[in-house]
Design a protein around this ligand. Structure first.
Ligand SMILES: *Cc1c(COP(=O)(O)O)cnc(C)c1O
Length: 395
């Protein structure tokens, strides 16, 4: 029996590592969890130590034991060289991009990227002299044809935000690396538990901890990890912004980490069952979920991913907007709102058409994105069943 961390975590299974990563009871009076350290000033023991910044902790923005604990745990789980924690998932995207771009560079971004990521590229990055080209998420090895002399970074996201296209990450990474460009991926949907992005060739991996790491819709957090090649640039960029995450949010994320594997498995099971139920509904034209065998991205998902999470979309058969409104407005258990990854089920209408530039979005009917939570499935089905009755009545 020991109160020190396991000696060689790499020998342990994933669930064991989730339980032990980033905490050391022997360093905190035996208490199981890493406490919340709050603070700006850190005192140095001597003049000499101060002059040489000889201390594990030097100032609040440079990290606290609470922040180090989650950084270390995520680095270990992701197979990365290092991780930084940001106050939101979007900040994790922006610090990752800024770590490998400078004025005059060209950036390739998947047309299926999280929309606020596009807003950052088209706004902030354009203003600072970085040109962004959006590419077809299904480009695969064809990315080679889009690489320019000054292309320094390629951003991927799989499955696509709202639209759920799968990307051939190893093929894209090979094409980008052949020309010396960095490969970034927003891996929020799968988390490191379901897709080992660094192992598949991604240099900088982004996770909105707001989603499944939290699991409670009660915090905002981003995690950006890098391999050995890009870690120094990522850490330097992060330190120049000092956009550090809040102590309470990091503490809650560490708590979420312990149960993440369990929750993800349940989100996968419930999500798949609901996706199959929706597929058989007459009101539904198509289900966009890579774990369904008929999904166009299924082969890639099966080859590269270890599982699915609980977020997917459907395309309805054509109905007036008022019918969709009637369906959603009367739901009792499903909430309508942005974000996902919590314990509760959500649904939002979506339409990628207004902002796509490289590919057309014309699925033939209105889109709905579902996050399936941890409720009883039969209750959720009854809620949607009544919703579909309202949809038919209003259509
Ligand atoms: C939610 C989300 C983000 C941003 O996370 P926030 O914490 O809400 O800023 C980034 N990428 C993807 C894919 C997301 O779903």
């Amino acid at each position: 029996m020991s109160i020190t961390p396991p000696r060689d975590p790499s020998r342990l299974g994933e669930r064991t590592r989730l339980v032990h990563a980033g905490r050391d009871p022997s360093a905190q009076h035996g208490f199981v969890n890493t406490p919340i350290y709050r603070g700006s000033t850190v005192l140095f023991p001597s003049y000499d130590d101060l002059q040489h910044r000889r201390a594990e902790y030097t100032y609040g923005t440079a990290g606290t034991p609470t922040i180090r604990a989650l950084e270390a745990a995520w680095t270990e789980l992701s197979g990365a060289a290092g991780t930084v924690l940001t106050p939101s998932g979007l900040a994790a995207v922006t610090v990752g991009l800024l770590a490998c771009l400078k004025a005059g560079d060209h950036l390739l971004v998947t047309d299926s990227a999280y929309r606020p990521t596009r807003v950052f590229c088209d706004g902030f990055l354009a203003r600072f002299g970085v040109e962004t080209t959006y590419y077809d998420p299904l480009v695969g090895a064809g990315l080679a044809d889009l690489m320019r002399e000054n292309t320094t970074a390629v951003l991927t996201e799989a499955p696509g935000s709202q639209s759920f296209e799968m990307q051939d990450i190893p093929a894209i990474a090979a094409a980008a690396h052949a020309r010396g460009a960095a490969v970034l991926m927003d891996n929020t949907w799968a988390t490191p538990l379901l897709f080992s992005a660094h192992e598949r060739g991604v240099d900088i991996v982004i996770e909105a901890g707001t989603k499944y790491l939290s699991g409670g819709s009660d915090l905002l957090l981003g995690l950006t990890s890098a391999n050995a090649r890009y870690w120094p640039a990522l850490r330097r960029t992060f330190d120049q912004f000092a956009m550090c995450a809040g102590a309470e949010d990091v503490f809650l994320a560490l708590r979420g980490l312990r149960t993440m594997s369990l929750r993800l498995r349940e989100h996968e099971r419930q999500g798949l069952a609901m996706a199959e139920w929706l597929r058989d509904r007459p009101e539904v034209a198509r289900v966009l979920h890579p774990a369904l065998p008929e999904d166009p991205g299924h082969a890639i998902w099966k080859r590269d991913f270890k599982g699915a999470s609980g977020l997917f979309s459907v395309v309805l058969n054509p109905v007036p907007e008022a019918a969709v409104a009637a369906m959603l407005d009367g739901l009792e258990l499903f909430g309508m709102g942005f974000s996902w990854g919590g314990f509760e089920s959500l649904v939002i209408p979506f339409d990628c058409k207004p902002y796509r530039t490289a590919t057309a979005w014309a699925p033939g009917g209105p889109g709905l994105r579902f996050q399936i939570g941890l409720e009883d499935l039969d209750d959720l089905k009854r809620d949607l069943d009544a919703g579909f009755a309202r949809l038919r009545a209003a259509g």
